[in-house]
Design a protein around this ligand. Structure first.
Ligand SMILES: *Cc1c(COP(=O)(O)O)cnc(C)c1O
Length: 363
């Protein structure tokens, strides 16, 4: 709402529906895809140990964290740029490469930060329809125009939980003009063990117009610290370093991020916990007669369509869960109003969700 006679923001800004994060007043919080096991104990220790240096500015180049990421993922540290969450890097990419009259392309049920970022610079978000809740390379390519500056692909995608194999991502890139940037948002890459999947590093290595973004908010469970990173060609890394805040990642984030990367056992436990309880949860939800869409990530979409009247209402189900202290995510903003997105939590949490869904369907 603008105030009468108040200053007017640039065109596009007031078209933005503000991003609504997952709710967080409840005992069981499964609305934001935060790692089920909480942060690594080593990350927590490192965070606490940094308390005595809070008066110091952080290292503006995030050198230690970039070094640890480079070592862990076998990448060139000079082409890694850290950000206050990958959200910051997504916004900076859009701000640096798109403006009024330009288009930012993404797929139908893609992450909402892409259209928000596009509108915030006065660019036009363009949506390519998906095929069975999965991004379609043909559809994306059919929507590329001479004005397309960036193409965003979340792989795997939030909220659908589906992914494209490396060959399809390469085909998408091959179909783009040289001056269009492909941004591969691999926020959930660490959950993947599929042979045909890559997070996109190899495309960044080969081409000057591909960027991969990653985050510490999901499997590393450090969402509160806001740590994301991009692996980019030298030219794009240089641009990001010019436009980012000079101290955009805090010391607490640096040390906790490094410790989290070193805690390989914790990561393994998180991955295996997720695989076990995702499979269990899917089977239980299906046994209740609900549709659950297959997912390669740490969340699942439950579809209430086709249930008997009253039980086919995802919003009613969400309110019922909420009344029982369970927070899950509503999906109208993603064009999936009959679905709820449920993050895979602890065993006890998942058992409670199943019991509560059962009670909802019986009530
Ligand atoms: C959670 C998420 C992000 C943002 O993560 P931050 O690093 O916390 O900003 C980016 N992309 C997708 C697809 C996500 O689900």
């Amino acid at each position: 709402m603008t105030q009468p006679n108040g200053p007017t923001p640039r065109p596009g800004i007031l078209d933005i529906a503000p991003y609504v994060g997952g709710e967080h007043q409840g005992h069981i919080r499964l609305a934001s895809n935060e790692g089920a096991l909480g942060p690594s104990p080593r990350a927590m220790e490192a965070y606490q140990a940094a308390a005595g240096t809070l008066h110091r500015y952080p290292d503006g180049g995030s050198a230690a964290l970039r070094g640890a990421i480079a070592k862990r993922f076998n990448l060139d540290a000079d082409r890694i740029v850290c950000g206050a969450g990958s959200d910051e890097l997504i916004s900076l990419l859009i701000r640096s490469y798109a403006g009024p009259g330009d288009e930012v392309l993404y797929s139908q049920h893609g992450f909402l930060m892409y259209p928000i970022g596009a509108k915030s610079v006065g660019a036009t978000p363009v949506v390519a329809p998906e095929d069975g809740l999965t991004a379609s390379v043909d559809s994306l390519l059919a929507h590329v125009t001479p004005r397309t500056r960036l193409v965003f692909l979340a792989n795997p995608n939030n909220p659908t939980g589906t992914y494209l194999p490396a060959s399809e991502v390469a085909r998408l890139h091959a179909g783009l003009p040289a001056n269009t940037i492909l941004v591969i948002d691999a926020a959930y890459a660490e959950y993947m063990n599929h042979e045909d999947y890559t997070a996109g590093e190899e495309l960044v290595e080969q081409f000057p117009n591909v960027v991969m973004t990653r985050t510490f908010s999901k499997i590393f469970a450090l969402g509160s610290l806001r740590i994301g990173w991009a692996f980019a060609p030298a030219g794009i890394a240089d641009v990001l370093n010019r436009v980012r805040g000079p101290f955009n990642v805090s010391t607490a984030a640096h040390v906790a991020g490094v410790a989290a990367l070193e805690d390989v056992d914790f990561l393994e436990r998180s991955r295996s916990h997720n695989a076990t309880w995702r499979e269990w949860f899917a089977a239980q939800v299906q046994a209740l007669g609900l549709t659950v869409h297959p997912s390669v990530t740490n969340f699942m979409l439950i579809d209430f369509k086709g249930q008997k009247p009253g039980k086919d209402d995802a919003e009613a189900a969400r309110q019922f869960l909420k009344a029982h202290g369970i927070l899950v995510r509503q999906m109208p903003a993603y064009g999936l109003p009959s679905c709820l997105r449920v993050t895979i939590g602890t065993e006890a949490e998942m058992r409670t969700v199943v019991d509560t869904l059962k009670a909802f369907l019986a009530a």
